[in-house]
Design a protein around this ligand. Structure first.
Ligand SMILES: [Zn+2]
Length: 204
């Protein structure tokens, strides 16, 4: 580990401090109960991060690398992960700090549409190194776009069936004034939607 930083790394440290990304990283680290220590290349390691999101082995805000584990343990599991996060620290500098976050989110969305995976076609992840970041490169198949198209097609079909099932003149009032209950297939869709969101909540 170098004891003194090169001019470029010192400029990055100052730049990410002034563009407020490193202070934001330190605030998140503090709020999420992480322990701070100095890492290589002017990075700060925030270990023992306790928030459940994002679900990542490590992630970077400015010069701060946050992980629920320790960077030594992660580096043993996934050699090169520190170098990968170090590239993200450079990206914060080039993107003038916190604009990194919406740019990253947009590129993740684009990557998902193209490959069905948020990292494979994400330029920021590719530039930081997919392999050392623990990502598997997926081919461009427009998998996400196809999934969205299928979903839209299923919705259209469901609403078409719905209209056909409806008696002319709209739903019949039930005894007691209530409207006809929803068709069964629609109840199933609602139940399925709830099941998905409950599953998501429980994995967070
Ligand atoms: Zn990354």
């Amino acid at each position: 580990m170098p004891t003194s930083l090169s001019l470029a790394l010192r400029a990055r440290r100052r730049g990410n401090w002034l563009n407020l990304s490193t202070p934001a990283g330190l605030l998140v680290a503090r709020a999420a109960g992480a322990r701070l220590r100095r890492g290589p290349w002017g990075l700060v390691f925030a270990e023992g991060y306790r928030w459940p999101i994002p679900r990542a082995g490590a992630f970077t805000i400015g010069n701060v690398v946050l992980t629920p584990s320790t960077m030594d343990a992660l580096e043993r599991l996934q050699p090169g992960v520190t170098a990968h996060e170090n590239e993200h620290a450079w990206q914060y500098l080039w993107l003038l700090g916190l604009p990194f976050l919406p740019v990253y989110a947009a590129l993740s969305g684009w990557s998902w549409l193209r490959t069905g995976d948020p990292a494979s076609a994400n330029l920021l992840e590719r530039q930081a190194g997919l392999g050392i970041g623990g990502y598997t490169e997926r081919p461009v198949t427009n998998a996400g776009m196809k999934r969205l198209r299928d979903l839209a097609r299923r919705r259209r079909r469901a609403s078409h069936l719905d209209r056909r099932a409806q008696p002319p003149g709209g739903p019949l009032p039930l005894p007691g004034g209530a409207l006809t209950p929803q068709p069964l297939h629609q109840q199933r869709v609602v139940g399925k939607g709830l099941g998905v969101s409950m599953r998501l909540l429980s994995t967070w």
